[in-house]
Design a protein around this ligand. Structure first.
Ligand code: HMG
Ligand code: MG
Length: 311
């Protein structure tokens, strides 16, 4: 079976916009549960302004404790918007960063208080410095389909910025549907054009699931040759500065779709359900992707069968 690689972004994208403040210990427990489920890569936190995103104010402590925990087989990255974020991340012991560049003027201003030109240069400088420090790098190209402020994002801009981030040495270019407005046909068309400027092995996709098309979009990306996906356990997530954005495509939905379609992920759905249960207890509300009811029923059935066998 062909392998796909999933980065679970729930500790960052999932928790950055929650009403409830989750403690550092509970964030670590969520990451531990993800690792126990077989997740090999997480986006653990972000080094952004604590005034802008109070939920991520404990980034330094989280990274230090995560490194000390040395969870086997787990790679973790952190989001940084500028050189100050990189400096803080490096000092805390982070080994992989992601910069975030939006493909429109207004989204950059709302998200990181810079215009497109400045955001591009700052992302380039941050990538260069991270490489000098020996860190692995990812670069998000956000609002790669539609912008909540400017409407449909010109494909030529998305291609230009993805190519630039590749030239600047980003190891992975993450094409992000920030407000979850993409449809599979668009995903196929845009990834076809992006493949012309970025080797497909370096492309990743990051879908939000606002309109229920996250899994269908992931399938379109798979068919376009992409093998790297972001997802969030329980489907939690959303950018606080992008009105109308719902959560990310749920990791459990993506794993279900991929495994049923002949791809391996190395991730156990039962393990993910433990992480969803834990996140529900922390956030005090019902979570889960589109398949959650069916997945839980399956788990109950299997537990019942196992109990009958051992009785
Ligand atoms: P600013 O106010 O323009 O920054 O914010 P500044 O350079 O003028 O500095 C103002 C203060 O912030 C100063 O402190 C700086 O030192 C400090 P003061 O002198 O007032 O005490 N500062 C920082 N502090 C901590 N960490 C930093 C940092 N940089 C400056 N890195 C800034 C600019 C980018 C910092 C701010 O706008 C910010 O933090 N924005 C948050 C952006 C964010 O977290 N967005 C959500 C994540 S992106 C996302 O969700 C999309 C994604 O999932 C993909 C998708 O779905 O599309 C990735
Ligand atoms: Mg996102």
């Amino acid at each position: 079976m062909e392998r796909i690689h999933i980065t679970d972004v729930s500790p960052r994208d999932g928790l950055q916009n929650q009403q409830v403040q989750v403690s550092t210990a509970d964030k670590l427990e969520l990451i531990r549960l993800l690792a126990a489920a077989g997740v090999q890569s997480v986006e653990a936190t972000s080094f952004v302004s604590p005034k802008a995103v109070p939920q991520m104010a404990d980034a330094g402590e989280l990274v230090a404790r995560l490194n000390a925990a040395a969870l086997p087989g787990l790679r973790s990255s952190v989001l940084v918007p500028n050189l100050k974020g990189l400096e803080r991340a490096h000092a805390a012991g982070a080994r992989e960063i992601a910069v975030v560049l939006s493909a429109t003027e207004t989204m950059n201003r709302k998200n990181i208080n810079m215009g497109l030109q400045e955001a591009t240069e700052v992302s380039a400088q941050t990538l260069a410095e991270a490489q000098r420090l020996g860190m692995r790098t990812r670069a998000y190209v956000a609002v790669a389909f539609d912008c909540p402020f400017e409407g449909e994002t010109p494909l030529s801009e998305v291609v230009r910025l993805a190519a630039r981030m590749r030239e600047e040495g980003a190891g992975e270019i993450v094409i992000a549907d920030t407000i979850g407005s993409a449809s599979p046909g668009q995903v196929k068309a845009r990834l076809g054009a992006l493949r012309e400027v970025v080797p497909v092995a370096q492309l990743a996709v990051h879908f939000h699931d606002t309109r229920g098309m996250g899994v269908a979009n992931a399938w379109a990306a798979l068919e376009a040759g992409v093998r790297r996906f972001d997802a969030s356990v329980g489907g939690i997530g959303g950018c606080p500065f992008a009105p109308g954005a719902a959560g990310n495509v749920a990791t459990e939905d993506l794993v279900l779709m991929a495994e049923r379609s002949g791809f391996s992920t190395g991730i156990s759905i039962d393990g993910l359900l433990d992480a969803v249960d834990f996140a529900e207890a922390q956030l005090q509300r019902a979570l889960g992707g589109r398949a959650i009811t069916w997945l839980r029923r399956q788990r109950e059935k299997e537990r019942g069968t196992q109990a009958a066998r051992t009785a």
